[in-house]
Design a protein around this ligand. Sequence first.
Ligand SMILES: Cc1cc2nc3c(=O)[nH]c(=O)nc-3n(C[C@H](O)[C@H](O)[C@H](O)COP(=O)(O)O)c2cc1C
Length: 387
Amino acid sequence: MGRPVLRTELCDLLGIEYPVILAGMGPVAGGLTGPVATAPLVAAVSNAGGLGVIGGAGFSAERLREEIRRVRSLTDRPFGVDLLLPSNYMGAAAGEMPRDPRELIPAGTREALKKIVEDLGVPWQEMPREPAAEPRRPRTGGMSDEQMEVVIEEKVPVFASGLGSPAPWLDRLKANGTKVLSLVGNVKNAKRVAAAGVDIVVAQGTEAGGHTGRIATMALVPQVVDAVAPTPVVAAGGIADGRGIVAALALGAIGVWCGTAFLVSEEANQPDLQKQRILAATDEDTRVTRLYSGKTMRNITNPLIEAWEAAGIPALPMGLQGLLIQDLVYSCRKAGREDLLMNAAGQVSGMLNRIRPAADILHDMVAQAAHILARDLPARVTAVPES
Ligand SMILES: Cc1cc2nc3c(=O)[nH]c(=O)nc-3n(C[C@H](O)[C@H](O)[C@H](O)COP(=O)(O)O)c2cc1C
């Protein structure tokens, strides 16, 4: 068989060969190894004809700049950067922050988590930290201002916002020719980012690994397509093979944004334990929890998530919950219980059973989709009704 051809408007918009985007995946396992989608994986996907996207959320601004340059040294093809732009970070505290922001963590929340962790046999230990020399001011635009400056200075081909809205940055991004994607989990937010002028809306269903909403991909994508037309839509959440690509196209999307499928690639930057847990997982082994970030996030479940959810403790705003979790990560590492750390992955984990090069994953997805579209589906149609 010849090389499969599968082209959509997305290929022309982004200058890529196949309508498949690697999700810009940030860190797992308490940042043990940094973001998952770093230069080797990003370049592998771009070189294979898709669009690789750096999971920039786990990088400092200067480290992000280095990673962008590393990608450029590994590929001359288009790539992207994904950042989280949450509107409620650290509870959006007004005025000065204490020198040790941990003072903002309510004692009740800390004590409740500590008890759950100790009941699981892990001694609670606070991570040793030097308080800041000066009281810190909360940043006006959120946690990502410095990273966004790097994205603009480096003139990256594609920018994706994973949480929140890129609206404040759009003029500067567009002046650079950067294409802007925005992830949403419901129609309301889709309309908001489309009205702001993003180039592509990524409609991400609840099946997805990582931060996720409540609406399933099958129901969400066509509603977003109708709500934001003529802005194009890419589908995400629960897509890991050619069948998923075809379904996404049938729902009106012009391409797919895939995370979990590439978590088990050779190039994915995450501890082997995390990959093995994904390979071992069934369709029922993920759970959405606010435990690790303060926002709803789908993970391979573990006894800590189950106990936290059963206790019904309200999570803190993103940032503050993250600070609390730093102590959890420290305690779990000291106790050798990395299995209790964040292991974001989607419901498609149940269909992944081996670790392979990212290029093979991508090419198999595309070949299967092309086969279904060209060979299997046309035979199902005997006559097309007049419309
Ligand atoms: C390990 C992991 C980390 C993620 N980190 C981010 C992130 O930093 N920014 C973001 O926009 N999305 C992130 N996501 C969500 C993905 O962008 C994507 O929407 C999701 O993986 C798609 O669903 P799928 O996992 O079923 O393919 C992450 C997902 C996973 C599995």
